[in-house]
Write a protein that binds this ligand. Structure first.
Ligand SMILES: [Fe+2]
Length: 386
């Protein structure tokens, strides 16, 4: 079978990479840049590093620090309006996943003569926009979403309470692990588990390829080893480097292989209960491994082995249970909260069934996700991790 794999954009990786933003801006021909961020990233001083580097390279900057959690549509619209009114020709996003998604949304919207509502409606119907997105550089300050290397921006349609995936590719990613040294313990865990889930789902979707598989196994190994170390030693640069590489690798992998039912379910939990994306992803991952083990027993076994587990069973169902339980142990070790801790009842989580059933990502799951199956899986997420 011939399989196709790609990498969306070049990546500059390494400690201090943020200081090369000006050089990257010059390469891309930027004259005036919108620096997209949020007030927290601005307060820590990370966005200033971007502004300094661009200024040194002779590129003018306008700061847009209004990003909010879950990339709301009205913020994307406000950013695009600013781009149009200020004669801006390039965008640099620096921050966590929501900031990067907002920057992506702005780069698509500002290049087209549509409103954000029209753009989201086009995305919902899979209709491409008329013009390609503006040139965009993305710089993550967390190690989780991998958004700097994926084509999808997840934008919150606040009128319809829906998360919509808009297609808008970055031109260049700058991954600087030093920017993640300040990350609080909880965010380190949740973002790390998001990347872990990307790897598990990309390995078990309907369209993996040899390249994405290699990146995913490596991601799982690195996260298992280095996430607990980064939690204990937040300023351990070696741990941060490994997590940054894992997150970016998983992003490159799932941009091709895609995530599936796990993320469809995590999105429903985010939309209904506003729980952080990484927690939702962690909670669904063991259940997804059990579900897909009969389709991919060798792969799920290897996921366990990448975590240091000896998988001495051959029945696919048992492999799934063994590896899933190992992931649950890992989550307990990292203090990932249970649904009960989050004050979400079994009835409430089962109430997500319709949302998941209407989420397009479920079609990328190798097991047909009927409403009955989705309800059963949601119940298991509650029952099996307490
Ligand atoms: Fe994710």
């Amino acid at each position: 079978m011939v399989q196709r794999y790609t990498q969306l954009c070049p990546v500059a990786f390494g400690a201090g990479a943020v200081s090369t933003t000006g050089d990257v801006g010059k390469e891309l021909g930027f004259k005036k840049v919108l620096v997209v961020t949020d007030v927290n990233v601005e307060m820590i001083g990370h966005s200033q590093k971007v502004i300094d580097s661009l200024t040194e390279a002779g590129i003018a900057t306008v700061l847009f620090n209004r990003c909010e959690m879950d990339a709301p549509d009205y913020i994307v619209q406000a950013g695009a309006d600013l781009v149009k009114s200020q004669g801006i020709d390039g965008i640099v996003g620096i921050g966590g996943g929501s900031v990067l998604d907002t920057a992506k949304g702005i780069s698509a919207l500002a290049a087209n003569n549509v409103t954000i509502s029209e753009m989201l409606d086009f995305s919902r119907k899979m209709i491409p926009l008329e013009n390609p997105s503006m040139k965009l550089v993305l710089i993550p300050t967390t190690s989780g979403t991998g958004s700097e290397s994926t084509i999808i921006a997840v934008i919150n349609d606040t009128k319809n309470h829906e998360k919509i995936g808009a297609m808008t590719p970055p031109s260049f990613a700058i991954v600087d692990p030093e920017l993640t040294l300040d990350m609080p313990k909880e965010i380190t865990v949740y973002t790390g588990m998001d990347a872990f889930s990307h790897a598990c789902e990309a390995l078990t979707s309907i369209q993996p390829n040899p390249h994405s598989d290699i990146l995913c196994y490596d991601t799982i190994e690195r996260i298992t080893k280095w996430l607990p170390i980064a939690v204990k030693e937040p300023n351990n640069l070696e741990a941060r480097e490994n997590l940054a590489l894992a997150s970016n690798s998983a992003g490159i992998a799932f941009n091709d292989a895609m995530v599936h039912l796990g993320h469809a379910t995590a999105h429903s939990m985010g939309a209904n209960f506003h729980i952080p994306h990484g927690i939702a992803c962690a909670l669904v991952t063991p259940v997804i491994l059990e579900l897909t083990a009969p389709v991919y027993p060798v792969k799920v076994k290897k996921i366990g082995e990448c975590m240091g587990l000896t998988v001495n069973v051959s029945d696919p169902k048992e492999i799934g249970q063994l590896v899933a339980n190992n992931v649950r142990q890992f989550m307990l070790q990292l203090n990932v909260p249970t649904l009960k801790d989050l004050k979400i009842s079994r009835e409430q989580i089962i109430g997500c069934t319709n949302y998941v059933a209407n989420e397009g990502l479920r079609f990328l799951c190798p097991v047909s996700a009927t409403n009955e199956l989705i309800t059963e899986l949601l119940g298991q997420i509650y029952d099996r991790y307490q």
